[in-house]
Ligand binder design. Structure first.
Ligand SMILES: [Zn+2]
Length: 325
């Protein structure tokens, strides 16, 4: 899909409840081309990137930039470097999260806050926007008003936040960008009224603070899980842990400004017998899957061999043909 003169969107269907509708990869530039995010390490993302090359008659994607280290954005970095000839664009802060998942150092290009990446007729500015993760980065193509936000701002859902104070500051900075016209998020549809939506999200976060304070005023001390159940009634159950993470983030920020006090919890001691049982079960499952994959390969080879050899299983003596006089 063409987003603006220098931006194309590749939308890959996704059924994770955290990622409504689809996960996005964006391609920017007309000279060298840069992909923003690389998707999960699954074939469908690789097919999409190969499909883009086929559709545009290109033989490589020059740069692959990530918006943060999470696996659904950085899953194909090594693969892109090896098979698409890409250099990987990332902040230094991502490296410690991506050990073993990056190509050799000569294929890495580290970027700083405010740095400009030139892509033929398009110039993309790097913006450090910590909050969702400490290494979150947005990319801004100001001339076309297109902002790439990764998981800092999503289309159609709210994101999880690690550091709320940093996150609020990042959102305020994004809302002030000159010429901002459209947000290209890491997941979900494009956002066409970006400034309004960024300010709305800031207000939403303040409302959450007030809701949490309200719940705590009504009750005694409560766990983050119990607060989540009150603040998010009727939430999709698969999102409960993530929502509890967000409540915890708010509580931490409220604690930092002296509004909330925390009574330390008592962790459950690890049970080595249970841990061993779980590890054994996981090992067994991996074994079965490997065996099944091996049998599938054997079966395929047998089918191929059957096409090459005489049908002796079918005939002791096969029919024979000779010419009549
Ligand atoms: Zn994501």
């Amino acid at each position: 899909m063409q987003v603006s003169p220098h931006v194309q969107a590749v939308q890959v269907p996704d059924d994770n409840p955290m990622h409504p509708l689809y996960t996005n990869i964006f391609l920017v530039g007309d000279g060298p081309v840069m992909a923003i995010d690389s998707g999960e390490s699954q074939d469908r993302y690789k097919w999409m990137l190969r499909g883009y090359l086929a559709a545009t008659g290109r033989d490589q994607i020059d740069l692959v930039a990530i918006t943060h280290h999470h696996f659904d954005h950085s899953g194909n970095l090594k693969w892109s470097a090896e098979t698409l000839g890409s250099a990987i664009v990332l902040p230094q802060a991502s490296v410690k999260f991506l050990r073993g998942k990056l190509p050799p150092a000569e294929q890495l290009r580290f970027v700083d806050d405010g740095e400009v990446i030139a892509l033929g007729g398009a110039e993309v500015r790097v913006l450090f926007t910590p909050g969702h993760t400490p290494d979150s980065v947005c990319y801004y193509l100001e001339q076309e008003g297109v902002l790439f936000t990764g998981d800092t701002f999503l289309g159609g859902s709210t994101t999880t936040v690690g550091d709320l104070a940093a996150y609020r500051q990042s959102l305020r900075m994004l809302a002030e960008l000159p010429n901002l016209q459209v947000i290209c998020p890491g997941h979900g549809p494009l956002v066409r009224e970006p400034r309004e939506r960024l300010l709305e999200l800031l207000r939403h976060r303040e409302t959450r603070d007030q809701q949490i304070i309200g719940v705590l005023q009504a009750g005694r001390s409560m766990s983050a899980w119990d607060i989540m159940l009150k603040v998010y009634p009727g939430l999709n159950k698969r999102l409960r842990r993530a929502a509890t993470g967000n409540v915890t983030t708010h509580l931490k920020a409220l604690q930092d400004i002296g509004r909330v006090n925390v009574h330390a919890g008592k962790p459950r001691p690890a049970d080595p017998a249970k841990a061993k049982q779980a590890a054994d079960r996981a090992k067994y499952r991996v074994g079965v899957i490997k065996e099944a994959e091996k049998l599938q390969k054997v079966q395929r080879q047998a089918q191929l061999r059957a096409q090459e050899t005489a049908p002796t299983a079918q005939w002791i003596t096969p029919p024979k043909y000779e010419l009549l006089d």
